[in-house]
Design a protein around this ligand. Structure first.
Ligand SMILES: [Zn+2]
Ligand SMILES: [Zn+2]
Length: 250
C-alpha cells in the first residue's frame, strides 16, 4: 500500500520568523499533493514548478495566517503555465465566505476553486477528505479528516475550547492527530477561540488517537513547553517541526 507522508511546512502564528512559517502541512500520496493551509513562508519548502503539478490546496478558514501564501501559489501557477511547464490548474478548496472573492477573483492565476461544504466528503485520488466545522473558532473554520483505507488523520486547523465533545467525536480513533495548541495554561484563559496544549492532549486521550502532533505555536514560546504540558495527559505527543517527515500508519 502506498504511504501517506505528511510534512509540516509551517507551525507558528501569527507571523513567520527566520526558521518557522505560518500554518501549512503538505500531504503526499502517490503523485498527489494536498496542501493543508498556506500560511506566510510555506512556499520556501515547495519545489516549483514540480510541486504545482497535481496540487490541491485546502484553505481551512479565511484568517490570513492560513492563506497569505496562496497569492504566491496563484502567481507561480500562472507563470509556469505560461512557460508550458504546468498543464493542469491548481485546485483550491476553500469556504465561500466573506472575503473569499479576494482570493478567487485574482487575475494572474492558474487555479480552480471549489467550495468546502460542512460535513461533506470529497475524493482526491483514492483518499477521502471530510470537513467539519464545530463552530468554536472566531470565524467558520474546518477540521480536515483524511482517510486512506483504514488509516485516518485529522488536522484540526484552528478550533476553540467551547465544543470539545464535538472535536473528540470527529477525531475518534484517528492514527495521527495534528492539533492546534496555540496556548499554554499560563496564557490568557479568557481566549476560548484556541486550545491550550493541555486541551489538545485531552482530545487525543478521549478520542483514543494513536499519536498527537501539536502545532500553531507562539513564535516567541519554546516548543518544548507545549510538549511538556500535553504529555501530562497524553504521552505519545510530539511538536511539529518544519521539514520533518510524518507517516500515516496503523
Ligand atoms: Zn484562525
Ligand atoms: Zn491560525
Amino acid at each position: 500500500m502506498e504511504e501517506v507522508i505528511i510534512i509540516p511546512l509551517g507551525t507558528v502564528s501569527p507571523y513567520p520568523t527566520l526558521t518557522n512559517n505560518c500554518p501549512g502541512f503538505l500531504v503526499k500520496y502517490k503523485d498527489t499533493k494536498i496542501l493543508l493551509d498556506c500560511g506566510s513562508g510555506i512556499t520556501k519548502y515547495l519545489n516549483f514548478p514540480n510541486d504545482l503539478n497535481n496540487l490541491n490546496v485546502i484553505i481551512t478558514h479565511l484568517h490570513k495566517d492560513h492563506y497569505s501564501d496562496i497569492s504566491s501559489i496563484q502567481y507561480a501557477a500562472y507563470v509556469y503555465h505560461n512557460l508550458n511547464l504546468l498543464p493542469q490548474k491548481v485546485k483550491v478548496l476553500l469556504p465561500f465566505l466573506p472575503n473569499y472573492l479576494d482570493i478567487v477573483n485574482t487575475k494572474e492565476s492558474f487555479c480552480e476553486y471549489e467550495e468546502i461544504i460542512n460535513d461533506k466528503t470529497y475524493e482526491i485520488d483514492d483518499l477521502k477528505i471530510t470537513f467539519h466545522d464545530n463552530s468554536s473558532h472566531s470565524i467558520p473554520s474546518f477540521m480536515v479528516k483524511i482517510a486512506s483505507g483504514k488509516e485516518k488523520m485529522v488536522y484540526t486547523s484552528d478550533i476553540g475550547s467551547i465544543n470539545l465533545k464535538d472535536a473528540i467525536e470527529f477525531c475518534r480513533n484517528t492514527d495521527l492527530l495534528i492539533c492546534e495548541s496555540s496556548l499554554l495554561k499560563k496564557d490568557n484563559p479568557a481566549c476560548n477561540y484556541h486550545l491550550t496544549a493541555y486541551e489538545a492532549a485531552l482530545i487525543a486521550r478521549e478520542a483514543q488517537v494513536k499519536k498527537l502532533v501539536l502545532t500553531h505555536f507562539w513564535p516567541e514560546e519554546r516548543k518544548e513547553n507545549y510538549e511538556k504540558e500535553a504529555k501530562t495527559v497524553f504521552e505519545n505527543t510530539i511538536v511539529a517541526e518544519e521539514g520533518q517527515k510524518l507517516l500515516l500508519r496503523r
